[in-house]
Design a protein around this ligand. Sequence first.
Ligand SMILES: CC(=O)N[C@@H](CCC[C@H](N)C(=O)O)C(=O)O
Length: 377
Amino acid sequence: MGSSLSSYVDIRRDLHRIPELGFAEFKTQKYLLDYLSRLPQDRLEIKTWRTGVLVKVKGTQPTRILGYRTDIDGLPIHEETEYEFRSEHPGQMHACGHDFHMAIALGILTHFVNHPVRDDLLFIFQPAEEGPGGALPMLKSEEFQQWRPEVLFGLHIGPDYPVGTIATRPGILFANTSELYIDLVGTDGHASLPHRANDMVIAASQLAMQLQTIISRNIDPLDSAILTLGKVTIGTKQNIIPGNARLEGTIRTLSMESMERIKKRIRALVRGIEEGFACEAHIDWGANYCQVENEKNLTREFIDWARRETDVQVVECREAMAGEDFGYFLREIPGWMFWLGVDSPHGLHHPQIDPKEEAIPVAIDLMIRWLTWKANP
Ligand SMILES: CC(=O)N[C@@H](CCC[C@H](N)C(=O)O)C(=O)O
């Protein structure tokens, strides 16, 4: 079981069928535990943390622990692929590649159960990356701290890169993020009596436009930042003035200074809307992730090693404005993450994302070779 590389494609498909949202990954956790229970147990130590799993593969003469992390949650997206193995959970989908990430992690782990290296290896199956963020509480947990690794590695599928290519860089790879939820409360009313209502369509529309001035007018153009509103909810019927509106979005920056500045400007603009429209407003910043910052020396070592020792094409890429709570791990433990080329015509979070499964054995082979090299100094 789990011995040939193609079997990890089957595992990816099994996991693709059962996407679950953050901290509700019950079937996923069971699938992982069932898989692990069928491996030879003499080198394995397994712990659960909430809906996640921590697995130590014991080394032959360990002096340290090397870590490898995968995320395990899906997204609230209605899948629009024609896959025979498409999601069995309506409105939920592995549209960010975490099914790939898990299958790859199991492939690497299984190899080392059968071919142990000198050091201990820790495999981290982390819940809730898409939200509300599992990395920070997992990192702080007693379960994790007992097995805290000395270095930590991870990957993320990269739809824009061809199979056989990886992309990374020393320093910042992914942005700081903050979710954004703004509730506006006015007064409902009849469409024919606007003077007796307090219409939140107008207030929310004004606010949406004003928010778009922050990046262009308040942020240094050389310090990239994004404010996206992905969802606005207002009203129930065309002839009812709605007294409630909710704007939902995300902020992305490459510096914490810009993040703080954007939040300050949002507070000010929202205060202005409250004053100008005589409504009440409430801001919730939701989950915040810190930037993914690759440790420079380890990343340079990996890039040089991969170019020297493997056939994989290594691209030194620019920063991405995507977020990843892996950043919390890398803030405390040196390591890196790379984009794994999967060549999909549709990008991350798209209902028709189609990552090429040929990338799975590429990643398993690359990480086996890297960890073998690193764990047998
Ligand atoms: C790689 C990726 O797509 N990550 C997500 C995770 C960020 C979620 C965060 N809570 C937010 O929406 O702000 C992304 O959207 O970049």
